[in-house]
Design a protein around this ligand. Structure first.
Ligand SMILES: Cc1cc2nc3c(=O)[nH]c(=O)nc-3n(C[C@H](O)[C@H](O)[C@H](O)COP(=O)(O)OP(=O)(O)OC[C@H]3O[C@@H](n4cnc5c(N)ncnc54)[C@H](O)[C@@H]3O)c2cc1C
Length: 484
């Protein structure tokens, strides 16, 4: 009997990379979904031990037009790592070498290096890798680069993109390339390194990254404050910047979220005060400038009569951060589904955005909480709804669409750090005009002519709400801290 093209491709894959194939039912299943929990089975899972094997797998896939979805640990919340079109999953989590070059203050690492492990190795050598997504204990550098991940410290230190000096990896054809070099500057030709960053595995596969490190900040001080209004809280980042204070973290929880978490924990953050919007602020300046910045911050808090506390120990600081964690966990108790959007707006439009969410809450009769990185204008808007209730789901999707329209109208972006994946494809077209969209598509066409790399992501509309979700946990869910 003649074999079909998939069988031929698979037998060539077995011949060339048999030792890297994971074939148990469990391996296939656990590579079939990510944090969005939409399952599509791949026909093979390849776990390379060496970078060249990535090139070989891609060359075969390209020859036979087999879809390839690259995977770190599947902590994407957007379906970015779901093998939508089946085909092969390229699990690069085993390429996890980390080599700190203290002399050049940089680190070379494989895409599977876990962010917290890399940070620890840098720390042990007196250096600091700042990007810190809340998933850092399990997510990989490759995934961070592919999504241009952010986190709590971006307000002072920037996002993943700001630390990438060079990327090596493979094109869809299986050819090897290096974009950028291990140098602080690079002005030679097109900057395709930055094109790969944030491309969600649709333009190539990263097999080595060279990342910039900086000196470790010496001291830290953590504050928590209850604000009389959302306006005061949301204008704090710019107000403090003007006063010369540069927080390393400035996080916001809206009044609704604070109310929800206080009811859930049965504990008031500031006893007797009720539910007020909350700011969590960390300063990490060196030497005596920490005291100077702290004083300016305390004066600013006093000027607005904000009730506040400063942590006197690491343990107390941890208790403050627990407030942020509980904001998210308490919301999960309200319904069976939490849609966590990661929109970003200009700093001076955050007040309007949060006001708009309040009106959406009223109009849609949905539970919607806002918290997140107000220093970057990157707020997580969380819609709670019961997926089993079709009418409520429709209301949530309608409200979400209105939110996305508003974000674009305010000059913002529908994703600040999680990427488009599948989840945001229904809205991505709002973000771009025809010329921008056409240009993006022609780049995809030029770099992946057969469309084998992560098909279905970014460009094709997919409705995640119409899909049956997987109930099984992913490996990282057992250690989840949930601070996105
Ligand atoms: C609890 C929790 C908290 C989170 N907090 C944050 C947060 O604070 N900030 C934030 O930005 N994100 C956050 N995330 C989202 C997620 O962790 C990030 O998007 C992370 O970058 C994904 O890494 P990963 O290794 O899991 O990648 P995966 O989920 O496996 O893949 C993500 C995308 O990257 C592509 N990809 C992976 N590796 C490569 C590679 N080597 N080459 C090319 N493409 C590749 C995949 O194809 C996919 O499109 C959070 C997620 C969870 C579950």
């Amino acid at each position: 009997m003649p074999k079909n093209v998939n069988d031929v491709a698979l037998s060539e894959l077995r011949r060339d990379l048999g030792a890297c194939l994971l074939s148990s039912e469990e391996d296939i299943f656990s590579s079939s979904f990510d944090g969005l929990k939409i399952e599509r089975r791949p026909s093979a899972v390849i776990k390379p031990e060496r970078a060249e094997q990535v090139g070989r797998a891609l060359a075969l896939a390209n020859e036979h037009s087999v879809p390839v979805t690259t995977r770190g640990v599947g902590s994407s919340l957007t379906g970015g790592a779901t093998p939508l079109a089946g085909g092969w999953v390229l699990d690069v989590s085993g390429l996890d070498a980390i080599d700190v070059d203290a002399g050049n203050t940089l680190v070379r690492c494989g895409p599977g290096a876990v962010v917290a492990d890399l940070q620890k190795k840098a720390f042990d050598m007196g250096l600091f890798y700042p990007p810190d997504p809340s998933s850092k204990k399990f997510c990989t550098i490759g995934g961070n680069i592919a999504c241009n991940a952010g986190g709590l410290r971006c307000v002072k230190y920037g996002v993943t993109r700001d630390y990438v000096l060079a990327l090596s990896g493979y094109l869809a054809t299986g050819e090897f390339v290096t974009w950028g070099r291990a140098t602080r500057k690079f002005a030679t030709g097109y900057n395709l390194r930055d094109l790969w960053i944030g491309s969600e595995g649709t333009l190539g596969v990263v097999t080595e990254a060279v990342l910039r490190l900086i000196p470790q900040p010496s001291n830290r001080r953590t504050f928590i404050a209850a604000c009389p209004s959302e306006e005061i809280a949301l204008t704090a980042p710019v107000a403090l910047m003007k006063l010369g204070v540069r927080p390393s973290i400035i996080e916001f929880l809206d009044q609704w979220t604070v109310d929800c978490l206080q009811k859930y924990t049965g504990k008031e953050i500031f006893p007797g005060l009720g539910a007020n919007p909350v700011l969590l602020i960390e300063l990490d300046s060196p030497g005596t400038s920490l005291d100077t910045e702290s004083k300016i911050l305390e004066d600013w808090l006093a000027e607005f009569s904000l009730q506040s506390s400063v942590a006197k120990s690491e343990e107390e600081a941890e208790e403050f951060w627990e407030v942020r964690r509980q904001g998210s966990s308490s919301m999960k108790k309200l319904a069976d589904t939490k849609l966590n959007e990661d929109i970003v707006v200009p700093l001076d439009r955050q007040v309007e955005l949060v006001g708009f969410v309040s009106s959406l809450r009223e109009k849609s009769k949905l539970k919607i909480g806002v918290f997140g990185h107000c220093g970057d204008g990157n707020l997580h808007v969380n819609f709670m709804y019961n997926e089993s209730d079709a009418e409520e789901t429709n209301r949530a999707v309608g409200a979400l669409r209105e939110l996305m329209q508003k974000v674009v109208e305010l000059g913002g972006a529908i994703s600040g750090e999680h990427g488009v994946g599948l989840a945001k494809t229904p809205f991505v077209r709002m973000q771009f005009n025809d010329a921008e969209w056409r240009t993006m598509k022609s780049i995809k066409q030029a770099m992946d002519p057969k469309g084998i790399l992560n098909p279905g992501k970014i460009f094709d509309v997919f409705n995640p709400w119409e899909q049956k979700k997987v109930s099984a946990p992913l490996s990282w869910e057992r250690t989840e801290e949930d601070l996105p």
